[in-house]
Design a protein around this ligand. Structure first.
Ligand code: ADP
Ligand code: MG
Length: 244
């Protein structure tokens, strides 16, 4: 299997604060990797670096064939290959669901209205919201808005999807519907890296679990490491998470 994501000794600082202190891991095509760890351990920063929303100061990062440590990386082409979804959905309130989804294919890929609409129809079906195409975001629940945000990313036909705590703002019931969409994406073979607090989900869906601690990968392996952690730190983290 060929890695679609390769991080080697990645370092990232904000001013004097070193946030990523040499992060190394690979993700293969079709794999689901879950990044877990305490708040402040650098999970979001690592993810943001993978879409070059942040630049790195050391090491190397190869994402879908793009060398992100190069200054002349083609950002447009990178962003076409990588979709990213955040905790906040950031849908445009004045656009319908269909218009939100069609925007990037039209603007970034220069697609014709009809073709963009076809893609929108396909991706909205994937997230189970076909009947909401002409609604405005405010007419949808938080879980539905997050599913539209996922559909909007999928409309760019990415090779890699990044998810940063996409269910953290949602009630347990709405969390479930978003996780089911992500599980289906995984089953369809999408390569995904997700930062999550949902341990049960990570255990079920992740091929690889990456436990970050203080800007480093502290422990990594199959989801079995959540059952039988090798380090006392991951053991403590897993048992703390189980209490919530
Ligand atoms: N834009 C920024 N400027 C300065 N410090 C930042 C910035 N983004 C994150 N940090 C700091 O980097 C550290 C890691 O943050 P983050 O990657 O968001 O952690 P996590 O997602 O694991 O909670 C924290 O100490 C945070 O305060
Ligand atoms: Mg975070």
């Amino acid at each position: 299997m060929s890695p679609i994501v390769e991080l080697k000794d990645v370092r990232k600082s904000f001013g004097d604060l070193e946030v990523l202190k040499g992060v190394t891991f690979d993700v293969n095509r079709g794999e689901v990797a879950a990044i877990i760890g305490q708040s402040g351990s650098g999970k979001s920063t690592a993810l943001r670096c993978m879409d070059r929303l942040e630049t790195i100061q050391g090491g190397s990062m190869l994402i879908c064939g793009h060398e992100l440590h190069d200054d002349d990386v083609d950002l447009k082409s990178l962003r076409r290959d990588v979709g990213i979804v955040f905790q906040s959905y950031n849908l445009f309130p004045h656009l319908t669901v269909a218009q939100n989804i069609m925007l990037a294919p039209r603007m970034v890929k220069g697609m014709k209205q009809r073709q963009a609409r076809e893609i929108a129809d396909t991706v909205i079906a994937k997230v189970g919201l076909r009947e909401k195409m002409d609604c405005y975001p405010e007419q949808l629940s938080g879980g539905q808005q997050q599913r539209v945000a996922i559909a909007r990313s999928l409309a760019m036909e990415p090779k890699l999807m990044l998810f940063d705590e996409v269910t953290s703002a949602l009630d347990p019931q709405l969390t479930g519907e978003v996780l089911r969409v992500m599980e289906q994406l995984a089953a369809d073979g999408m390569t995904m890296i997700l930062v999550t607090h949902e341990m049960a989900f990570a255990r079920k869906v992740a091929d690889r679990v990456i436990y970050m601690r203080d800007g480093k990968v502290h422990e990594m392996g199959s989801s079995d490491i959540l059952r039988t952690p090798a380090t006392p730190e991951l053991a403590a983290f897993v048992s703390e998470s189980a209490e919530h």
